[in-house]
Design a protein around this ligand. Structure first.
Ligand SMILES: *Cc1c(COP(=O)(O)O)cnc(C)c1O
Length: 369
């Protein structure tokens, strides 16, 4: 068995499509149109087709995508935005930066995504938007969330950073909201070779606004209609993402197959709880996350065996020092707090070999027996 099994292996993927990537990079370098080169709009078109949305606007990261989406919807001072606490910090930090208040809602214990019931409880007169996160590649339960948003006249921004190609009731995620944000952080299901992101929407006005906002508030070179940001998608990253997009469906299929292999091998263990895929969901397994008895001891044991694991995420946002000012107590979000102490992410990437997965499962079984 290999010396070290990483949680993610970006090199394995590069070597599997090396020619495509090298050609894409070389092409951009030869043209030197590094900023807003044609590859940007080419990739935007391809990605909007992939998702079946009308508009896709490339931006500098997933965080910036969320920020621009909220900003363009007018979220600001005195507004509240409902988010899960069990997510990456970016989902909440942009709310705070816009002067609005993040309101944390607890998650569903099966899917780990925001609970529609808890959203309903968190709504006030100030609620302006909800950001459901399709966490670990599994969609949030969008139908009730869409109904709540309609009833209360509030926006939805889907955080699709971990869910490129995931489906909810047979429709691809990114289609259930006013605007959706994607991240192409290198380790995501579709990853760039640096920071990159995308805002998608079916609303032309909003798409046009994001296009102007990301590029210093301008359409022409030195006329700035509004005060904008330097949030463009690099041409190089767009070219790399175009080269990789053709493989995304295959990679997602591989991830689903590997998750299935883990499930089959680990299902007899009483000490772990396996990920659930709801009947209405098609997960793209950005992460393979189990709940494990003696989680920390298991992690140390696996580490000794050369197996890297992760925790996504160890400290919920409502417990983070940065959000202390909001005044949450640990048990305000019981499921979130409980889950954070149970979960562990096992190695999963499309190129991981069956033998490696089998070895990891064997080590987990050895630990408990
Ligand atoms: C990665 C991630 C982000 C942020 O994306 P970046 O491209 O790293 O800025 C936001 N939300 C979630 C759920 C993420 O996993």
């Amino acid at each position: 068995m290999k010396q070290r099994i990483p949680l993610v292996d970006l090199k394995a993927q590069y070597y599997s499509i090396r020619e495509d990537i090298d050609q894409a990079i070389e092409k951009v370098i030869k043209k030197t149109d590094f900023i807003m080169g044609e590859e940007v709009s080419i990739f935007e078109n391809e990605f909007s087709k992939f998702l079946n949305v009308d508009y896709a606007v490339g931006v500098s990261s997933g965080t910036d995508a969320l920020h621009l989406a909220l900003y363009s919807l007018g979220v600001g001072r005195n507004d509240e935005v409902i988010v899960p606490s069990h997510t990456f910090t970016a989902t909440a930090e942009i709310i705070a930066w816009l002067g609005a208040k993040p309101v944390f809602a607890d998650i569903d214990e099966k899917t780990y995504t925001i609970s529609p019931k808890e959203i309903e409880k968190a709504i006030t007169k100030r609620t302006k938007a909800i950001i459901p996160v399709h966490l670990y590649g599994h969609p949030a339960d969008m139908l009730p969330i869409v109904n709540i948003a309609k009833k209360n006249n509030i926006f939805i921004i889907e955080d699709c950073a971990q869910a490129h190609g995931a489906k909810y009731r047979e429709r691809i995620v990114g289609n259930f909201s006013d605007m959706a944000a994607f991240s192409f952080y290198p380790g995501k299901n579709l990853g760039a070779y640096g920071d990159a992101g995308m805002v998608v929407t079916n609303n032309k006005k909003l798409a046009d606004k994001i296009k102007i906002l990301r590029n210093h508030g301008r359409k022409e070179k030195y006329t700035h209609q509004i005060i904008g940001f330097g949030n463009r998608l690099d041409t190089l990253q767009a070219a790399i993402l175009s080269a990789k997009l053709k493989y995304l469906n295959d990679w997602n299929k591989a991830r689903r197959r590997i998750a299935g292999r883990y499930n089959t091998s680990l299902k007899s263990l009483e000490e772990v709880i396996l990920p659930v895929e709801q009947s209405w969901a098609e997960s793209v397994y950005h992460l393979y996350v189990i709940q494990a008895n003696k989680r920390d001891e298991l992690r140390s044991y696996l580490k000794e065996k050369g197996i890297e694991t992760g925790i996504h995420y160890p400290l919920p946002l409502h417990m983070q020092p940065a959000y202390k000012y909001l005044g949450y107590k640990k048990n305000d979000l019981k499921i979130t707090t409980y889950i954070a102490e149970q979960i562990v992410s096992l190695p999963l990437y499309p190129e991981i070999e069956d033998d490696t997965v089998d070895y990891i499962c064997k080590c987990i079984k050895d630990f408990y027996h």
